[in-house]
Write a protein that binds this ligand. Structure first.
Ligand code: NAP
Length: 295
């Protein structure tokens, strides 16, 4: 049976560390990191993500300010709000919950956020910094995956990392982070997608296999070599009448079968998800320190 890479446990440890750091920042520098979260509409998943982020902030001592608007909120008003938040000295991080309603241009909104407050790491300035390898905000999910590997003592340097999925929020940035000439990186990367030929042949050559396809059972046991480290990013709802809510969450990996072959594997839920949330807190604290000129 594989070692379980529990993001839930690591996230808890990191949050304790962050709480202590925030107490120090308050005491020594009178600095309270602040995050503004903007939610347009009432999509149930988005509402629940935003609630989770507020709870996370409260637990570690980050000031969180929530801006909630109806689904018909105008783009112009949203851009004005972002402009105000860019200049607000209590706010160090601005997060606009995606997806936005169709009448709002997502790129225009994300590009309006000051890159120095872009704690999601989606602004092209931060994407460019990530590629070059200079300091900036790293996107939370791939950064969380790197932390999950490093802090579980999984060697990344020189390893073949195969990533299934090439989205701008998971697959591509993860490749960019792990290929850097830096500690916790220096990997050799292959990115796969729906046009990839012989997917199983490639995944079998992975030392570290990351599934970020958004489809259950994308990675089955025959696609994985004995001793591989498997990270499951996928979050898929499947019907489950035994649960009160009528569904449960599963990843992209056939956990039952793959965990018998893998050296280590991250579960869903309780794997990458809590790490993503934690790295948002990390970026917000980082931003507060940057704004105050604290090393
Ligand atoms: P996405 O934008 O839909 O991208 C999925 C990628 O997977 C695409 O590049 C797609 O290829 C590729 N793909 C899909 N099916 C494939 C297959 N059968 N074989 C090979 N490649 C395949 O999704 P995303 O935003 O990256 O998210 C991926 C999953 O991670 C989702 O389940 C999402 O909910 C989850 N997620 C979790 C977290 C977390 O914190 N736990 C954070 C973000 C996302 P093409 O480009 O060719 O279409």
């Amino acid at each position: 049976m594989a070692i379980i890479l529990s993001g839930k446990e690591l996230a808890e440890t990191m949050r304790q560390e962050m709480k202590a750091e925030i107490e120090r920042l308050k005491e020594k520098h009178n600095l309270v990191p602040g995050l503004a979260v903007v939610l347009i509409g009432d999509d149930p998943a988005s509402v629940s993500y935003v609630k989770g982020k507020e709870r996370d902030c409260a637990k570690v001592g980050i000031l969180s300010r929530e801006y909630k608007f109806d689904a018909d909120y105008k783009e112009e008003a949203l851009l004005k709000l972002i402009n105000d938040l860019n200049r607000d000295i209590e706010i160090h991080g601005i997060l606009v919950q995606l997806p936005l309603p169709n009448h709002i241009n997502e790129d225009r909104v994300l590009y309006a956020i000051d890159p120095e407050k872009d704690v999601d790491g989606f602004h092209p300035v931060n994407v460019g910094r990530m590629m070059i390898g200079t300091p900036g905000f790293l996107p939370c999910t791939p950064h969380g995956i790197q932390q999950l590997l490093m802090r579980n003592g999984i060697e990344i340097e020189g390893k073949h990392v195969v990533i299934v999925g090439r989205s701008n929020i998971v697959g591509k940035p993860l490749a960019m982070i792990l290929v850097q000439k830096k500690p916790g990186a220096n990997a050799t990367i292959t990115i796969c997608h729906t046009r990839t030929k012989n997917l199983a042949e490639i995944t079998q050559s992975a030392d570290i296999l990351v599934a970020a396809a958004g489809r259950p059972h994308t990675v089955t046991a025959d696609m994985v070599r004995e001793g591989t480290v498997v990270i499951d990013v996928g979050v898929n709802r499947i019907e489950d009448k035994t649960r009160e809510r009528g569904y449960r969450l599963i990843g992209d990996v056939d956990f039952e079968a793959v965990s018998k072959k893998a050296y280590a594997i991250s579960p869903v839920p309780g794997g990458v998800g809590p790490m993503t949330r934690t790295m948002l807190l990390y970026n917000t604290i980082q931003s507060a320190k940057n704004h105050a000129g604290i090393e």
